[in-house]
Write a protein that binds this ligand. Structure first.
Ligand code: DLZ
Length: 158
């Protein structure tokens, strides 16, 4: 599995641009709050490590991952951001709901990236169980929130 080989929090610090003049929007889902809270901590701390000013990091919550599309769209349309990050955790259950949500969010965020002016960074963990999610929000495979912050800064510069 790709993420088993790649530690999500490993990156070359010096290759990340200075973020002190950048403004970021973060939309975070309330489902699986232990996971999404840890993703948020990772993203905010990493943005700050690269100079982002706390006042320029705006966080909004939405009920579930499916609503991340709407939340990101509103942030993009409201303007003022150099990049928007979505953070969510979808854990496979016994019904096909998992597939519908993951596909819907992936398509929705891809569409925003293809049609709007600022990058929307995809921080959706899609895992078979809670442990796999915990492994990726500050556990043995690092924190997807860190990765999203680095990508957001690089794409804002792009
Ligand atoms: C309904 C649902 C289910 C079953 N599982 C998750 C999940 O694992 N993670 C998540 O973020 N949201 C889940 N949701 C909620 C949906 O994303 C959405 O909020 C509802 O379907 C209402 O639109």
């Amino acid at each position: 599995m790709a993420t088993a080989l790649h530690h999500l929090s490993d990156y070359d610090f010096d290759k990340v641009p200075d973020a002190s003049n950048m403004c970021f929007g973060i939309v975070v889902a309330e489902w699986n709050p232990t996971v999404t809270g840890a993703l948020l901590d990772g993203a905010v701390n990493t943005l700050k490590k690269h100079g982002a000013i706390p006042e320029n990091i705006h966080v909004k919550t939405v009920p579930g991952s499916f609503e991340l599309i709407y939340g990101a769209r509103q942030m993009v349309l409201n303007g003022g951001y150099d990049a928007v990050i979505i953070l969510g955790s979808v854990i496979r259950g016994e019904t096909p709901h998992f597939d519908y949500i993951c596909e819907g969010v992936t398509y929705g965020i891809a569409r925003l990236n293809a049609t709007q002016e600022i990058p929307v960074i995809y921080g959706l963990l899609t895992t078979n169980d809670l442990q796999q999610a915990l492994d990726r929000c500050g556990g043995k495979f690092g924190n997807k929130g860190d990765e999203c912050a680095v990508v957001a800064i690089k794409m804002a510069k792009f």
